[in-house]
Design a protein around this ligand. Structure first.
Ligand code: UDP
Ligand code: MN
Length: 325
C-alpha cells in the first residue's frame, strides 16, 4: 500500500508541476500580443472619435465667431550681393514668428533668381515672389555714396502694384482688412512692432533706432497726436520719417490707387512723396507707447572683405564657385 500511495503522490506532484509550467508558459506567450477582442477597444475608440468630433465643431465655431486679424503684408526690396542669403535668412526667421503675415519679396533683377526662389519655397512663410529691375540711370555704382540715390523704390512700387491688383480682386473690389509695411532686408525688427501695426486705420507711426546718424528718429506726440518730428535734418520736410517707421492700412492703399514712391524724389523726400498722397500729419496714429519705444533698428550690414579670396583665386585656390553662400 505504502509504495503505491507514494507513487500516486509523486504523480500528483508531477502533474501539478506540469500544469503550472504550462500555465506560466501560456501567460508569457500572451504578453505583448495584441488583444484581438474588438469589443474591448470599442468604448475607448468611440470616446476618442466623439472627442475629435467635438474638437472639430469647436474649431469651426471659433473660426466663425472670431474676427480674423488683419493680414500684415510686408514688402521687401532685395538685390543680389554676397550677404543677400544671410540677410533674407535672418529676416525670414523673424517673419516666421508673426501670425497672419504675407511676405512680398521683390528682387531688383531682370528675372527671379534661384537663390531667392529656393529660399522662399523652403521658408515656411506665405509669400509672393516678384521682380523689378532698377532703371539703369538710377542704379548706384560701386563707390557711390549711399545717400546719392534712394534704393528699392521701383521694387516697393511693384509690391504696391501687385497688392492693388491681387487684393482688390480677392476682396471683390471692397476694402479687405490688412496692413502694409515696407521692410528692408537688412534692418532689425522686434516682434512687438508687428503687434503695434496690426490695427492700423490709416497710417501708424513709431520711432526708428540708429538712423539719420542719430540714436533714433521719431514722431513727437502730444495728447495722442503727432505734432512734429525728432530728426537732425530738415524737420520741415513732409513726413521726415524713415521707411521703417510707418505702416499703411490696405484699405487706404486700395482707396488711393495712384499713391506710390516717387523714384525721382531727392533722398530724404522719398517717404514723404508717398505719405503726402495718403494722410495729413494730424491723421497719423502714434504707436509704441506714444512713440517712446524703439522696436525697429535701421541696422546696416558690413560689406564682407574678399581680399584673401582674391589672393587665393590668383593661386588657383579660390573657394568653390558653385557653392551658394
Ligand atoms: N536695394 C535694392 N537694390 C539696390 C540697393 C538696395 O533693391 O540696388 C534694397 C535693399 O535690399 C534694401 C532696400 O533696398 O531692402 C534699401 O537698401 P539699403 O539697405 O542699401 O539702403 P539704406 O540702408 O542705405 O537705407
Ligand atoms: Mn538698409
Amino acid at each position: 500500500m505504502a509504495p503505491r500511495m507514494r507513487l500516486k503522490l509523486r504523480t500528483v506532484f508531477v502533474l501539478y508541476f506540469l500544469v503550472s509550467v504550462m500555465g506560466l508558459l501560456y501567460a508569457l506567450m500572451q504578453l505583448g500580443q495584441r488583444c484581438d477582442c474588438a469589443e474591448h477597444d470599442q468604448p475607448y475608440e468611440r470616446t476618442i472619435s466623439r472627442l475629435r468630433g467635438e474638437l472639430h465643431k469647436l474649431q469651426e465655431n471659433m473660426k466663425k465667431s472670431e474676427p480674423t486679424a488683419p493680414t500684415i503684408y510686408v514688402i521687401t526690396p532685395t538685390y543680389a550681393r554676397l550677404v543677400q542669403k544671410a540677410e533674407l535668412t535672418r529676416l525670414s526667421h523673424t517673419l516666421l514668428h508673426v501670425p497672419q503675415l504675407h511676405w512680398i519679396l521683390v528682387e531688383d533683377a531682370l528675372q527671379k533668381s534661384t537663390l531667392v526662389s529656393n529660399l522662399l519655397r523652403t521658408s515656411g512663410l506665405s509669400y509672393t515672389h516678384l521682380h523689378m529691375p532698377t532703371a539703369a540711370q538710377r542704379k548706384l555704382h560701386e563707390g557711390d555714396p549711399n545717400w546719392l540715390k534712394a534704393r528699392g523704390v521701383e521694387q516697393r512700387n511693384e509690391g504696391l502694384r501687385w497688392l492693388r491688383e491681387d487684393r482688390r480682386a480677392a476682396a471683390g473690389g471692397g476694402g479687405e482688412q490688412g496692413v502694409v509695411y515696407f521692410a528692408d532686408d537688412d534692418n532689425t525688427y522686434s516682434l512687438q512692432l508687428f503687434q503695434e501695426m496690426r490695427n492700423t486705420l490709416k497710417v501708424s507711426v513709431w520711432p526708428v533706432g540708429l538712423v539719420g546718424a542719430m540714436k533714433y528718429e521719431s514722431p513727437l506726440v502730444q495728447g495722442g497726436k503727432v505734432i512734429g518730428f525728432h530728426t537732425g535734418w530738415k524737420p520741415s520736410r513732409p513726413f521726415p520719417m524713415d521707411m521703417a517707421g510707418f505702416a499703411v492700412s490696405l484699405r487706404l492703399i486700395l482707396a488711393k490707387p495712384d499713391a506710390c514712391f516717387d523714384a525721382d524724389a531727392p533722398i530724404g523726400f522719398l517717404e514723404g512723396s508717398f505719405l503726402q498722397k495718403l494722410v495729413t500729419m494730424d491723421e497719423l496714429e502714434p504707436r509704441a507707447d506714444d512713440c517712446t519705444k524703439v522696436l525697429v533698428w535701421h541696422t546696416r550690414t558690413e560689406k564682407p572683405k574678399m581680399s584673401t579670396e582674391k589672393a587665393m583665386q590668383a593661386q588657383g585656390l579660390g573657394s568653390d564657385p558653385t557653392w551658394e553662400v
